[in-house]
Design a protein around this ligand. Structure first.
Ligand code: NAP
Length: 213
């Protein structure tokens, strides 16, 4: 069984991944600024409060992990439209040397449909709205993706479409070929399903699939 460090474990995909990994008998180190308020108790769960941009905080959490999952998010508010966003790139710049220092090779990182080369699959009309609302976050996710790809680690980048609160069905599309990339809905629970599957498979090693229903 695997010990996962989940960075961004207190809500959304990170929390869904924490729950599913524990159900599957893995051990979880759940890391976020509010990790102490995660409403779960489990013998195989360790909660670590910290900021993903701070080396000392991540170093406290990473010890004992075999795999790292990055499921960071920024709140959807006015800052997303106007403020500088560097969470994804700076947390990744913090994480990569610490993974190397700790000898951890496997990284599964959630970005989103529209990050990196998947932006080319957004139609020009949709891109206007996308850039307006998500442009700053996704410019930073582009930097994040590039540094992961160049890291030399055993990475998988996960690019979900529009996230929903639906239940886990295990039925969703894993689109690896650029010509198949499209936007669509997918539940956070199904993204968690994909992430937990990667703990026992290496089918998507060094790939960046888009996930949609
Ligand atoms: N919404 C969509 O339709 C959509 C579509 C595609 C992709 N995505 C992407 O999918 C990802 C996950 O989204 P989600 O809605 O599941 O997540 P979320 O609910 O926004 O959760 C974000 C997590 O990141 C943690 N976090 C934020 N800043 C942190 C910091 N400085 N240090 C440590 N932890 C930090 C938060 O915990 P604390 O606040 O406790 O630190 C929380 O656990 C995001 O990157 C999002 O952009 C979203």
């Amino acid at each position: 069984m695997t010990t996962l460090l989940i960075i961004g474990a207190s809500s959304g995909i990170g929390l869904a991944t924490t729950k599913l990994a524990l159900q599957r008998d893995h051990s979880v180190i759940a890391f976020s600024r509010s990790a102490d308020s995660i409403p779960l108790q489990h013998d195989k769960l360790r909660k670590v409060v910290g900021d993903a941009r701070k080396s000392d905080d991540v170093r406290r959490a990473i010890s004992g992990a075999d795999v790292v999952v990055q499921a960071l998010g920024v709140p959807a508010n006015a800052r997303m439209l106007t403020g500088p966003i560097d969470l994804f790139s700076s947390a990744t710049a913090t994480l990569l040397p610490l993974m190397k220092e700790a000898g951890i090779r496997r990284l599964i990182s959630v970005t989103g449909f529209g990050a990196g080369e998947s932006r080319s699959a957004i139609t020009p009309l949709q891109r206007l709205g996308f850039d307006l609302v998500f442009g700053r976050a996704y410019a930073d996710k582009d930097i994040q993706e590039k540094s992961i790809v160049q890291s030399g680690l055993d990475w998988t980048i996960v690019r979900p479409g529009v996230l929903t609160k639906g239940r886990r069905t295990g039925r969703y599309q894993i689109l690896t070929r650029p010509q198949d990339w499209r936007n669509g809905l997918i539940s956070r629970s199904n993204v968690a399903d994909f992430i937990v599957r990667q703990l026992t498979e290496d089918t998507y090693l060094r790939q960046a699939p888009v996930l949609v229903n």
